[in-house]
Ligand binder design. Structure first.
Ligand code: SF4
Ligand code: SF4
Length: 167
C-alpha cells in the first residue's frame, strides 16, 4: 500500500479483525525469504507447499499476525502490499483482480476515490509484477491455481515473455 492510502485505511482495518490475514499464506520470493530471516523471522514460520509461503496458525491466522496487527509490516510480502488487489498468471499474462466489497471494507472506500484507487492499483501492480517475475514458473503455476473467488478482473498485463513463458 502507498503511505497515503495506509494512513487513510488504518481506521477501517482496525475495525475489520484482519480478515485478509486469515488463510492468507502469502507467497515468498527468495529475496523476501532472505530479508525475513535477516529480520529475525523464525525459519519455522516459513513453509513450502509447491511454493514458499508464510505459514498459518491452527486458527487460520497468519503466523505474522499479532494482536490484529502485522508484526512484519515494514517488510511484509508483496501480496500483502497489493491488497485488496490479488492476481494469478495464465499463459504469460498477469491477471489482476479486485476483491468484492464483502471481502474487504477498503474496497468501497477505494472505489469512491478514483485518485486513491489509482495510487493503490499502481502500487499493487508493481508489487505483483515484482513477485511474479521473481518466482520460478513451477511455483507461480501452483500459486495461480489457487481459486480467487469473489473478485473482479480489473487488468491483464504481460508477465515478461522474455524471462519465461509463464504457467
Ligand atoms: S480485509 Fe481489508 S479492511 Fe480488513 S484488514 Fe484486510 S485490508 Fe483492511
Ligand atoms: S504477513 Fe502480515 S499482512 Fe501479510 S498476511 Fe501475514 S500478518 Fe497479514
Amino acid at each position: 500500500m502507498t503511505r497515503e492510502f495506509e494512513d487513510a485505511a488504518s481506521a477501517i482495518c482496525a475495525c475489520c479483525g484482519a480478515r485478509c490475514c486469515r488463510e492468507a499464506r502469502p507467497p515468498l520470493s527468495p529475496r523476501r525469504i532472505a530479508l525475513l530471516l535477516e529480520k529475525g523471522v523464525s525459519p519455522g514460520d516459513i513453509e513450502y507447499a509447491g511454493y514458499y509461503r508464510i505459514r498459518a496458525r491452527e486458527d487460520g491466522l497468519c503466523a505474522m499476525c499479532s494482536g490484529g496487527r502485522c508484526r512484519i509490516h515494514g517488510y511484509k510480502p508483496e501480496t500483502c502490499r497489493a491488497g485488496p488487489f490479488t492476481f494469478d498468471v495464465e499463459g504469460g499474462t498477469v491477471r489482476v483482480y479486485l476483491k468484492h466489497d464483502s471481502l474487504c471494507s477498503l474496497v468501497p472506500a477505494l472505489k469512491a476515490d478514483p485518485e486513491r484507487y489509482g495510487e493503490q492499483f499502481r502500487a499493487a501492480v508493481g508489487n505483483i509484477l515484482a513477485l511474479a517475475r521473481s518466482l520460478p514458473p513451477d511455483e507461480l503455476a501452483v500459486i495461480s491455481a489457487i481459486p480467487e473467488p469473489d473478485c473482479d478482473l480489473v487488468a491483464e498485463i504481460p508477465l515478461d515473455p522474455g524471462r519465461h513463458g509463464g504457467p
